[in-house]
Write a protein that binds this ligand. Structure first.
Ligand code: FBP
Length: 548
């Protein structure tokens, strides 16, 4: 593999570890804290996870005595779901952590995501392979996938793979749905008397897998800094050319964490936050009116340009759209065969006839392309693929219509539409993500060595500098609630959405009016890997404001 100049130098970067892990895992021990339960639906979740419910929260501690592993550990690792910067460092940390316990330990990478575990597709990850991927972006070391493991046939095939490789543990590096998978597997294995541990690692650029212990999911830092660089560049272009309004949709699925963080970093003229739209019960018409107001105010002072940020999941939070999507999800799950036999326009007509009258009205008012995008396949976990819905174009069109109807609008309104998502998901990890991920990999190795199962790794105190970082494990069942998936109630990890009373949103809400008409843009520039610590090692504004 030919390396770029950056990759060549980046390879020499040694990620920083939390103090408890610095002497290697043979010098660590687990301490048990309180037993943890989910916030809601306790009885249902307890009965779905009788063997892994109510486990204690764990913390890793350093000690002077050494207890190496009695035998080499054998572990399998899966990358699951969308890419997130730092995944390769989780694997490197896992590898080094296992080797710090026993030099002969082995790590197997299941290829192509969870299906690799089910179908026994794997490769042994040797030191040469690991070294080639240290501090790099992407998930290409073994690839990723979104297969949902849910049938007992699938679980039994996983057990066959595990037995054939004689594995002590499986590490699932994934988001909310993938860690739900990890919890389900852990429970099944324990119920079957299998000693193999299943451990999760909190990955997702979306930032929606978080709580007081998991302060952020890995990849969020790098992805949002990458998008902020691009947004800053666009803002500068808009200000130079003075002729375009840029509507930028940002990835993040349902949660608006990415949009909120990007807005704080770049101070664009408008940024929509889905959670606020839902709380205020705003319609698409309300949103378009408020954006048209900003365009008009800027036009009145000669500024026929600007930047609007749109979270990709926005339409799921507009109340009428939310009800429509819920109805569509159930309908498509219950009439899958009939629906898939339809072609072209007959699909929208068939759907419209089956919807309740309120939802049919909402559906029929949408432009054709958006209606068809809403009917596209759900992902294997039952989620609408919001990355494929052109919300930025829909809003630009609605605002244009509003301005057209305003007799007093004499400005011009030309739009450019963008979608930033894939640009940031596989970027080279920032120093923060490189360090955080390496530590998470080590922590996963420690959980397996301790024969802990049904846990997800955490590292906390993230804004206080690596020396203050604490590592540990949380029972995954603690993060769960019941949700409707594919037309049925299922225990799944609850997505952590933006809290409107939280410090990040409060800061945004206190300042956004100053950014509407003034050109208060900030230009964060590219992620820096070498140079002063203030430039290279900063955490996100969200973490900073949350004081974690
Ligand atoms: P994960 O939950 O798997 O981390 O998803 C991250 C994400 O990038 C979302 O922001 C986005 O909606 C989705 O993946 C896109 O999925 P795909 O890669 O299948 O197009």
């Amino acid at each position: 593999m030919t390396l770029s100049t950056l990759d060549t130098f980046r390879k020499q970067y040694t990620p920083k570890l939390p103090t408890a892990l610095r002497l290697g895992l043979a010098h660590t021990a687990w301490s048990e804290g309180e037993k943890a339960e989910p916030k809601k639906d306790r009885d249902t979740i307890r009965s779905a996870f009788p063997n892994t419910y109510g486990l204690p929260i764990l913390k890793l501690q350093n000690r002077s005595e050494t207890t190496p592993a009695a035998k080499p550990l054998r572990v399998g690792v899966v990358l699951s779901g969308g890419q997130a910067p730092g995944g390769h460092n989780v694997i490197a940390g896992l590898f080094d952590g296992l080797r710090s316990l026993h030099a002969e330990s082995k790590l197997f990478g299941f290829t192509g995501g969870p299906s690799g575990l089910e179908k026994a597709k794997y490769e042994e990850l040797t030191p040469d392979i690991i070294d080639a991927y240290r501090n790099t972006g992407g998930f290409d070391i073994i690839g990723s996938g979104r297969t949902k493991l849910e049938s007992t046939e699938q679980f039994d095939r996983c057990i066959e793979t595990i037995k054939s490789l004689n594995l002590d543990g499986i590490v699932v590096i994934g988001g909310d749905d993938s860690n739900t998978n990890a919890a389900v597997l852990a429970e099944y294995f324990r119920a079957k008397g299998l000693a193999t541990s299943v451990v999760g690692v909190p990955k997702t650029i979306d930032g929606d897998l978080k709580n007081e212990y998991i302060e952020t999911s890995f990849g969020f830092d790098t992805a949002v800094k990458t998008y902020s660089e691009l947004i800053g560049n666009i803002a500068r272009d808009a200000r130079s050319a003075r002729k375009y309004w840029h509507f930028i949709k940002l990835m993040g699925r349902s949660a608006s964490h990415i949009t909120l963080e990007a807005a704080l970093r770049t101070q664009t003229n408008a940024a929509l936050i889905s959670e606020e739209v839902e709380a205020k019960k705003l319609s698409l018409n309300d949103i378009a009116t408020s954006l048209a107001d900003i365009v008009s105010e800027r036009a009145a002072v000669g500024k026929n340009y600007g930047v609007v940020l749109v979270p990709e999941g926005l339409i799921e939070f507009v109340p009428s759209m939310k009800s429509l999507i819920a109805e569509l999800n159930d309908m498509l799950a219950h009439h899958e065969a009939e629906f898939s036999s339809l072609v072209g326009d007959t699909k929208t007509a068939w759907v419209s006839a089956k919807l309740s009258s309120g939802s049919a009205g909402t559906f029929n008012d949408l432009p054709d392309n958006i209606r068809l995008q809403l009917l596209m396949d759900r992902d294997p976990h039952g989620n609408v693929q919001v990355s494929r819905i052109e919300t930025e174009a829909l809003l630009a069109e609605l605002v244009e219509r509003k301005l057209h109807d305003r007799a007093d609008f004499s400005g011009s309104f030309s739009t450019q539409r963008h979608f930033f998502g894939y640009e940031g998901r596989a970027a080279a990890p920032s120093n923060f993500d490189a360090d955080y991920c390496f530590g998470l990999g080590y922590t996963a190795a420690a959980l397996i060595n301790g024969n802990k199962t049904g846990y997800i790794c955490y590292i906390r105190n993230l804004s206080k500098g690596v020396d203050a970082w604490e590592a540990g494990g949380l029972p995954i069942t603690m993060l769960m609630n019941m949700e409707q998936r594919h037309g049925k109630p299922k225990p799944v990890i609850e997505k952590a959405l933006v809290e409107l009373s939280g410090p990040a949103f409060t800061e945004f809400a206190a300042n956004r009016n100053d950014w509407r008409v003034e050109d208060a843009f900030q230009y964060p520039g590219p992620i820096q890997y070498f140079g002063p610590s203030e430039v290279c090692d900063g955490v996100t504004r969200t973490l900073e404001l949350e004081g974690r």
